[in-house]
Design a protein around this ligand. Structure first.
Ligand code: IMP
Ligand code: MG
Length: 183
């Protein structure tokens, strides 16, 4: 059976990042992170549910040093154009992060409002360090004045699905990143 037919080819548009590109870049990011945190004995990867799940699963296997993982789930109020940046925590971390090296693992940064909230929230818990690794960044992200230490790919300003990213909860299982086709 054809993979795209199974998932719903009608709405999946052109490929933005294919599976080999994802594999290669995730391996590079893992090596970079392992090098940068070589002296750390307390690195905690915080995956942001649900979009970062596939990325985190691959990334953690590419980091050849001891790490721990935890998850947060957040929901943004309002529409994508809403600039209030009000975010609600649906699931918080299981453990305190005071004194630990924390790396937020995100699927995609668009306006940066979600990330800004997470940085403020987790920053107030006094981690030893707080960094960000985002698989994807959209152009708007450059205007957000956020410093994102690790970015996998910059993509055009189009709605992306696959490899964890959804459109109304669908297409997360697509093994590559594609644009949603405009009707
Ligand atoms: P921001 O707060 O505007 O940076 O939006 C970030 C969040 O919106 C991400 O964590 C995603 O959950 C979602 N998002 C933004 N752009 C896309 C996209 O192109 N595809 C899927 N989800 C997206
Ligand atoms: Mg997200």
């Amino acid at each position: 059976m054809q993979r795209d037919g199974q998932i719903g080819a009608a709405e999946v548009g052109r490929t933005l990042v294919d599976a080999p590109q994802l594999r290669a870049r995730v391996r590079e990011l893992g090596q970079e992170i392992a090098r940068d945190y070589a002296g750390s004995s307390s690195l905690l990867l915080v995956g942001v549910l649900k979009g970062a799940v596939l990325f985190l699963a691959d990334l953690m296997r590419a980091i050849e040093m001891p790490v721990e993982v935890d998850f947060m789930a957040v929901a943004s109020y309002g529409s994508a154009t809403d600039s209030s940046g009000v975010v609600r925590i649906l699931k918080d971390l299981d453990t305190p992060i005071s004194g630990r090296d924390v790396l937020i693992v995100e699927d995609i940064v668009n306006s940066g409002l979600t990330l800004k909230y997470l940085l403020r929230n987790l920053g107030s818990r006094e981690p030893a360090s707080l960094g960000v690794c985002a698989l994807l960044a959209k152009p708007a992200c450059r205007r957000s004045e956020l410093s994102i230490r690790y970015v996998g790919f910059e993509i055009p300003d189009t709605f992306a699905v696959g490899y964890g990213l959804d459109h109304s909860e669908r297409y997360r299982n697509l093994p590559y990143i594609a644009a949603i086709a405009e009707d």
